[in-house]
Design a protein. Structure first.
Length: 469
C-alpha cells in the first residue's frame, strides 16, 4: 500500500525442472516452492502526525507450492498434441500486531486474513494441425478446479477468534468479524477455458489469424476474504492503487471472458517490412468491479466492495516496421506501435478502471557495424474514460522522447541513453493515486487529499556494461 513507506521482504525459492526428448515427442516436469515474508510500517517522517506512536506494523506470510507435468506428442508430420496437469497450493496469513499506546490499534492483534487457502488443480489438452499448406488450426481445452477458504478473524479489540462483541466496538471491528466468522467461507469453482485459433496464408506476404476464446478467472483471497468495513482497515487492503478502501465478498463468482479476435498481416521478402492490424472484442460475465460499501462521495476516497457485474472491452493493436535507407552512414529504419482499448461496465455504463488511453510509439533505428541506436517518440492521449465508482483520476496527454545507443563486441556491450530528453512533466494514466505523503492511516488525509495522480519520471541518464562469459 502506498501509504506505507517502510518495507521489508524475505523470499525463499526452490525450482526444479526436467525436460526430455523422446521418439514420440517431449516431456517437461516442474516443481517449485516460494515463501514470502513481508513486513511494512510507516517511517519516522510520519511520527509527527500521530503524537509519537511507534507505528502500525503489518505482517504477511505467503507460501506457494506447485507442480506441472506436460507432454508434447508428435502424431504425424502435420499433427501435434499437447496435454498435461498442473497443481498449485497457496497459503496466506495477514496480521497486524497491536500498537502500544493506541486506542484504535490495540490491545490485541488484528487478523486481516487468517489461514487463507487457495488451491488450483488443472488438466489441459491442445491439438494443432496443418490442414493444408495455407491453413493451420489449433483447438485447446482446460479444466481447472479452484478451492478457496479462510479461517476465523478478529479485530484489535478482541482477544480471540469468536470472542463476544466488545462493549466499545470501535470502528465496528467486532460486528464485522462476527458477520464474517458466522458465514460459510469455503468456495469451489469449476472453470472451463476453451480456445480455437486458425492461421491462413492466402499468398506470399499475407496472413490472416482468427481466434475465439473463453477464459475464466477465480477471485483471489483479498477479493473474497477482506472483511473490515472501517476506512483505516479497508484502505490497507487496496492493491489496485486508486486510494480507496476495499471490502471483500465471499460469494464472488469467477470472471468469464469471451473474446473474438482477428489479425491481418502483410510483409515483404524475409520480413524486411511488416504491417499488422489486430482488432478484438471481449464480453466479460461476472466481471469483478466495485460498488459503494456505505457512505459515498465524489471527488474523495471511499470504502468500496468487490462485486460481480458485466463488462465489455474492444480495441485494436497496430504494429509495423520498414527500412528507410542503407548508406555509408549505416542502415536506417522505422518501426511503430499503436494501441487502443475501450472498456465499459455494462451495468453502470461507466469506464473500467485502469484502461490505458490511445497510445503509440514511433522509433527511428540506426545500425552501423557494432552500433545499434534509436530515437523513440512515445505519445499518449489524454485519459478521460475513467471508473466513476472509484473516482479514478483523469490525466492529460503527453509526448516523450528517448535516445538510446549501444555498441557491442563478441562478448561485451555498452549501453547509454537519455529517457525523457526534454524533462517533460506528465502523469501516468495507469499510475493510480499519489498517496506518498500525509496521514498514513486516514482514507482521506488532510495533507494529501484526493486528486493527485502519480507523476512520471523526469529526465534520466543511464549507462550500462554487459559481459558474457
Amino acid at each position: 500500500n502506498q501509504r506505507m513507506d517502510m518495507l521489508q521482504n524475505t523470499q525463499r525459492r526452490l525450482n526444479l525442472r526436467y525436460t526430455g526428448e523422446f521418439g514420440w515427442g517431449a516431456l517437461e516436469a516442474r516443481l517449485y516452492q516460494e515463501n514470502v515474508e513481508h513486513f511494512m510500517d510507516f517511517g519516522p517522517d510520519k511520527q509527527l502526525l500521530y503524537g509519537g506512536l511507534p507505528g502500525m506494523p503489518m505482517h504477511t506470510d505467503g507460501k506457494t507450492t506447485g507442480g506441472r507435468l506436460g507432454a508434447t506428442i508428435d502424431l504425424d508430420g502435420r499433427d501435434q498434441a499437447r496435454a498435461g496437469v498442473e497443481w498449485q497450493r497457496y497459503r496466506l496469513d495477514d496480521w497486524w500486531p497491536a500498537v502500544p499506546g493506541s486506542m484504535g490499534m490495540g490491545p490485541n492483534t488484528f487478523w486481516n486474513i487468517h489461514n487463507g487457502e487457495r488451491e488450483r488443480k488443472a488438466v489441459y489438452a491442445e491439438w494443432e494441425k496443418q490442414w493444408q499448406p495455407q491453413w493451420t488450426g489449433l483447438l485447446g481445452v482446460r479444466y481447472e478446479q479452484v478451492t478457496t477458504d479462510a479461517g476465523p478473524v478478529h479485530g484489535y479489540n478482541q482477544a480471540d477468534f469468536g470472542a463476544p462483541l466488545p462493549a466499545m466496538d470501535m470502528m465496528n471491528q467486532g460486528r464485522d468479524a462476527a458477520a464474517f466468522n458466522g458465514a460459510p467461507r469455503a468456495r469451489t469453482d469449476h472453470n472451463w477455458d476453451l480456445a480455437a485459433l486458425g492461421h491462413y496464408r492466402p499468398g506470399t506476404g499475407r496472413e490472416v489469424e482468427l481466434g475465439l476464446a473463453r477464459k475464466v478467472r477465480s477471485p483471489n483471497l483479498y477479493e473474497r476474504y477482506s472483511w473490515s468495513s472501517a476506512g483505516m482497515m479497508a484502505v490497507m487492503n487496496n492493491y489496485v492503487g486508486d486510494g480507496n478502501g476495499y471490502l471483500g465478498d465471499v460469494p464472488l463468482k469467477p470472471e468469464t471472458a469471451y473474446t473474438a479476435s482477428v489479425a491481418l498481416g502483410w510483409n515483404g521478402a524475409e520480413r524486411s517490412w511488416e504491417f499488422r492490424v489486430a482488432p478484438y472484442y471481449t464480453q466479460v460475465r461476472d466481471y469483478i468491479d466495485a460498488v459503494p460499501a456505505g457512505r459515498y462521495s465524489t471527488n474523495r476516497y471511499n470504502v468500496l466492495q468487490y462485486a460481480n457485474q458485466s463488462a465489455r472491452l474492444y480495441g485494436v493493436d497496430v504494429s509495423g516496421h520498414m527500412p528507410l535507407a542503407a548508406t555509408g552512414a549505416g542502415k536506417f529504419g522505422l518501426k511503430g506501435l499503436l494501441s487502443y482499448t475501450n472498456g465499459r461496465n455494462r451495468d453502470t455504463d461507466s469506464g473500467l478502471y485502469n484502461i490505458m488511453p490511445l497510445n503509440g510509439k514511433l522509433t527511428l533505428t540506426h545500425q552501423l557495424q557494432g552500433w545499434d541506436n534509436s530515437a523513440e517518440l512515445v505519445m499518449v492521449r489524454a485519459k478521460h474514460q475513467v471508473s466513476a465508482v472509484r473516482n479514478e483520476l483523469a490525466t492529460p496527454g503527453y509526448a516523450l522522447l528517448h535516445l538510446r545507443a549501444s555498441y557491442g563486441w563478441q562478448r561485451a556491450s555498452i549501453d547509454v541513453g537519455v529517457e525523457n530528453v526534454f524533462d517533460r512533466r506528465y502523469f501516468l494514466p495507469l499510475g493510480g493515486a499519489y498517496l506518498g505523503q500525509g496521514n498514513t492511516m486516514s482514507i482521506n488525509p488532510a495533507l494529501m487529499p484526493w486528486g493527485t495522480a502519480v507523476p512520471g519520471a523526469g529526465r534520466s541518464v543511464y549507462a550500462g556494461f554487459k559481459l558474457k562469459f
